[in-house]
Design a protein around this ligand. Structure first.
Ligand SMILES: C[S@@+](CC[C@H](N)C(=O)[O-])C[C@H]1O[C@@H](n2cnc3c(N)ncnc32)[C@H](O)[C@@H]1O
Length: 372
């Protein structure tokens, strides 16, 4: 893989300005942005003028008239890409990942047998996307019968993995999911748990250095405070170190709750999303759910209302947490075995799954040690 030498002149002709950075091919990360000189914190490293930003408002009417209101904004931007035969897009396409590149990481493009082996949180996100994609595809493929489902899925995943949220004031009237935008060259930044930020100005968007970078260093953008399950489901990669990482305990806590306990937790919006991270021994939601299992209703209510700090029940809660974490270790072991035995999909897909479950195991074991 190499970067077409006409790409940067093309981007600059669109008004994109690169300041001390350039795109480079990086092993295992496709293309990324690398500093060509020392950069200071708060320097603008890349800017894109508003005229070069693609949003729902820049999609040709021939497409929006047919697809609105049935198709999501993401689905419409994807249709535009799938149908785009202009020279302009041909140039952009030279730096976009191929379908094979995306298949290696993005679970939406994996065989069902491997999707079923994803961790809970990633599976939930995948289900949400699959539902939206199916609805979008039904509409789009009927309206544009020359498109194949695979072509459209490729464009849909491209949009999902490289759009930004548009924060220009006009967008405040749009639903969050409708604020997506594509920006040439800016979409070449890879993610780190701490990275540059995107900022809006009346002229366009700037990517601002979060710290000083030395010439030769990769300059990262932060896509947000995302766990590895989220990054895997949405973008098809995981980080080796991720300060925002967390593991969901729903698969081992929910089965312990009876129907009444579930209903009670649901009525206060505390059913599910029980997370374990490196900072807490089970998040507040987890603490609330576990107390439902080992405290009296009055004790639980006082903890829930903040009238009791929970210290008197903490030993019981920690015992229970240790038990559910051991249940989770069983699930990790069983799933790793299934990943090893799976004879579908690509080596890279199975390796990604294996790494994620091993990270989960490490986090769970570390917490068990802290509880002892
Ligand atoms: C917005 S694009 C970034 C540019 C991308 N590397 C490319 O070649 O076009 C997002 C995609 O980059 C890859 N990516 C981003 N950050 C990464 C990282 N830290 N490690 C590995 N892959 C990463 C993932 O494939 C993700 O879906």
């Amino acid at each position: 893989m190499s970067i077409d030498e006409a790409f940067l002149p093309w981007a600059e002709a669109k008004g994109v300005k690169l300041n001390g950075v350039e795109p480079q091919v990086l092993p295992g990360r496709g293309i990324g942005i690398v500093a060509t000189q020392n950069i200071r914190a708060n320097d603008v490293v890349l800017s894109v003028p508003l005229k070069s930003v693609r949003t729902i408002d820049t999609v040709p009417k021939a497409i929006t008239q047919v697809l609105l209101p049935g198709v999501s904004v993401q689905g419409i931007l994807a249709a535009q890409i799938a149908l785009d035969e202009t020279d302009d897009f041909t140039m952009w396409r030279t730096v976009l990942p191929t379908r094979e590149d995306l298949e290696a990481g993005v679970p939406m493009m994996w065989p069902k047998e491997l999707q079923d082996l994803l961790p809970r949180r990633a599976k939930d996100l995948l289900e949400k996307h699959t539902t939206t994609f199916r609805r979008d595809a039904d509409f789009v493929l009927k309206a544009f019968p020359d498109l194949t489902r695979d072509d459209y899925l490729y464009s849909w995943v491209l949009v999902n993995t490289r759009t930004f949220y548009n924060s220009m004031p006009k967008m405040k009237t749009y639903a969050q999911a409708d604020r997506l935008m594509c920006m040439p060259a800016a979409d070449l930044f890879n993610h780190a748990d701490q990275g540059c930020q995107l900022s809006y100005s009346a002229l366009g968007y700037n990517i601002v250095a979060n710290r000083a970078y030395f010439a030769g260093e990769e300059v990262y953008l932060s896509y947000g405070s995302h766990s590895n399950d989220f990054l895997l489901a949405e973008y098809g990669f995981i980080l080796d170190t991720n300060r925002w990482d967390e593991v969901y305990l729903d698969d081992v806590i929910l089965p312990r709750l009876n129907r009444t306990q579930r209903d009670d937790l649901k009525s206060v919006d505390f059913l599910g999303r029980y997370a374990l991270d490196d900072q807490t021994l089970g998040c507040h939601r987890t603490q609330v759910a576990l107390r439902m299992l080992c405290c009296t209703p009055r004790q639980w209510q006082r903890f829930f209302d903040g009238e009791d700090d929970g210290s008197t029940s903490q030993v019981d809660v920690d015992d229970l947490l240790r038990m559910v974490l051991n249940d989770l270790l069983d699930i990790v072991g069983e799933t790793l075995l299934k990943v090893d035995e799976a004879d579908v999909g690509l080596d890279g897909q199975r390796e990604l799954l294996r790494r994620r479950w091993q990270q989960t195991e490490t986090m769970v074991r570390r917490t068990i040690e802290q509880l002892e």
